[in-house]
Write a protein that binds this ligand. Sequence first.
Ligand SMILES: [Ca+2]
Length: 355
Amino acid sequence: MAYSGLLQKSGVGLCLVLAACNSPGTQSGSPKQADNALGTGQQKREVSSEVSTEGMVWIPGGSFMMGTNDPEFPDANPVHPVTVDGFWMDQHEVTNAQFAEFVEATGYVTVAERELNPADFPGVPKDMLVPGSAVFSPPDHRVSLDNPLQWWRYVPGANWKQPLGPDHPEKIDPNAPVVHVCYEDAEAYARWAGKRLPTEAEWEYAALGGQPGRTYYWGDELKPGGKWVANIFQGNFPEGNTSEDGFAGVAPVGSFPANPYGLYDMEGNVWEWCSDFYRPDYYRKSPSNNPQGPPDSYDPAEPNAVKRVQRGGSFLCSDQYCVRYKPRSRGKGEVSSAANNLGFRCVADAPPPTE
Ligand SMILES: [Ca+2]
């Protein structure tokens, strides 16, 4: 399933990280049961004093209004009350250095590095079935924005260790967020660290920083004081990246100001996995107390894909394209598809700070 679109150039099941980045569209339709074996996403909360909260901040629990009534983001409708318990959250996205430590300790091999199963790619010649991942590869001319295959390429050999592929052997920045991580890669790291991935409710609550109602997570102005305060996309998408914010691709974590909770890059830089399965209708039936997401996934745009929520947008987002970096809007991704604008951060259930 992963990358079937990029490999087949079918344009239908295109690489599904891209779904997170697509322009907003209607996502109505009759939800139906998705067949998957990934469990419910429900996780038992056991507070452990064993986990190290170094590099994390305490997010005090509380209630907030989640979602939006904005018709531009129908899958984030309606606004509904949610309460979350307090939790610890990584101050920044998991970095290459942190992920390398995990790989060193465990020998873990990411999905993008594994052999592809021909059964998952019917009709694709075997010699094309080589491990790799999706890399943003902009054209050198203006294109219409209706087909992401014009700027995404499946690059054999692209993975977290060489995010742009083997033709770009430059050393990765240890302080940049790790990318090309599929859902199970992120989950494996979190488990190893004694942490977990945030629920979508926890992610939104933390990103709002106790300051709801703003146009952007950081405030109402796109460039407060004339300065860019997040790594997003400037210029004409996709070919005209002016990198006015200083970064054409990922930025080292902490390159921009933190939010009131001390969290960096909740908006922009890389998309972040959440533990919730994705369904466009979930907010209409979400429980109010610590919602964990629906028991299964369903995206009418790609009914056979198992998807989890992704939040925050990436360095490819702007008001022109991929507007889902904006507060309260939702992203989604097929669980076995990665890209060089997709990462994650963890949360932990540890006792609150004593002071
Ligand atoms: Ca940028």
